[in-house]
Design a protein around this ligand. Structure first.
Ligand code: NAD
Length: 365
């Protein structure tokens, strides 16, 4: 199977779908890899490194000569139009957020696999790109907060006296939230966290953080995701949080419900009750934000409170984000094409679960 890795075209996307390390590994597994010139430059991987790893240099828009395309972000309409019928496409295709994009791929006859739709089972763990990228985002969110905060994170005892540690609150303790807790702890902050899934309390405690009891308990799906709270529960949560938020110097929010707008946890009034210099980093900005004042893609100052609403935070650490993503993509490609030969088995739960469009003849088969 010949796989093309295009240079990402989405604004602010610095990651690349395959690294030189992954090219070498896939080459040994029977794949031929074409890497568009400059595809890895923003992540620190040169064309020379790809060539040394055995990749063929590809020109812009060389995808028609390939059986498969591995990318990070979903393709633009023009990029979809350049794909041949039957091409296998792998990437973050946003099947829940972008039904139009999925319809475009279907019309084009692309066999598309969304990294978001890979079932989160033990067997598919090596392919779990949502987790690998959330880990990076959780880490970076805390670094952004520490950088924007006028306070030190650790407690310092110096000849000039003692500095109290920063107090950090993490809302949503899934993959990104747990990494945020661990990172804030490593920097010496005193950390509290909350999640609607009560099962998380133990994980929070094991990282040395305190689980905030807000008196709100949500339901959990079989896949381990939270279900959306009722309007009444949401109000209770906002009220309980409003009383606590002014105690914190930094709030990192990561709360999400798949396919739904981000739950609103922090109303403007709670932001306004925080101490000047406090920082909110809202990792849910992409789906609307956990804070009412978040402006997706921007960092703002609201009366002395910094609200960081940057989207695609994993892309701010493109080298390691790409390394992990490339391993996820490679694992999926090797699953779809053992030994480099495409063998789509739609009775397999990973292949079937991740596939978001397939031509009619594949469905019939
Ligand atoms: P996510 O990004 O969808 O959500 C992030 C967190 O927000 C979740 O922990 C969720 O409970 C929480 N949340 C939702 N509404 C909230 C609210 N109103 N207030 C506070 N928190 C709220 O989830 P994720 O981090 O991608 O994954 C969640 C869980 O999925 C994991 O913790 C795990 O149980 C499961 N998972 C399993 C595997 C696996 O088995 N291979 C891999 C990854 C994740």
């Amino acid at each position: 199977m010949r796989i093309c890795v295009p240079r990402e075209s989405a604004p602010g996307e610095h990651r690349v779908a395959l690294t030189p390390e992954a090219v070498t590994k896939l080459g040994a597994a029977g794949f031929e890899i074409v890497v568009e010139r400059g595809a890895g430059v923003a992540a620190g991987f040169t064309d020379a490194a790809y060539a040394a790893a055995g990749a063929e240099p590809g020109e812009t828009g060389a995808t028609p000569t390939c059986d498969g395309v591995a990318r990070v972000a979903r393709p633009s309409p023009a990029e979809v139009a350049a794909l041949q019928r039957g091409t296998v496409l792998v990437g973050f295709l946003q099947p829940l957020e972008d039904p139009e994009g999925i319809a475009r791929l279907r019309e084009r006859g692309v066999v598309a696999f969304a990294m978001e739709s890979i079932p989160r089972t033990t067997r598919a763990q090596t392919m779990d790109a949502l987790s690998s990228q959330a880990t990076i985002a959780g880490y970076k969110a805390v670094l952004l907060a520490a950088d924007r905060s006028p306070k030190l994170f650790p407690m310092l005892m110096t000849a000039a006296g003692t500095i109290a540690p920063a107090r950090v609150l993490v809302l949503g303790a899934g993959v990104a939230g747990l990494q945020a807790i661990a990172t804030a702890r490593r920097l010496g902050a005193v950390v509290s966290a909350f999640d609607v899934r009560p099962a998380v309390a133990e994980q929070v405690a094991s990282l040395g953080a305190t689980f905030l009891d807000l008196g709100v308990r949500g339901e959990e799906t079989e896949g381990g995701y939270a279900l959306e709270l009722t309007a009444e529960q949401q109000r209770e949560q906002q009220n309980a949080l409003a009383a606590r938020i002014p105690d914190f110097d930094v709030v990192v929010t990561t709360a999400a419900v798949p396919g739904r707008p981000a739950p609103r946890l922090i109303p403007a009034s709670s932001v306004e009750a925080m101490q000047p210099g406090s920082v909110i980093v809202d990792l849910a900005a992409e789906t609307g934000g956990n804070c009412e004042l978040t402006e997706p893609g921007r960092e703002i100052d609201h009366g002395g409170i910094t609200i960081v609403g940057l989207t695609n935070v994993a892309s701010l650490m493109p080298a390691d984000a790409s390394r992990l993503y490339a391993r996820n993509v490679s694992a999926l490609l090797e699953h779809l094409a053992p030994g480099g030969t495409l063998e789509l088995d739609f009775t397999d739960e990973i292949t079937d679960g991740a596939c978001v469009t397939r031509p009619a003849e594949e469905v019939a088969a």
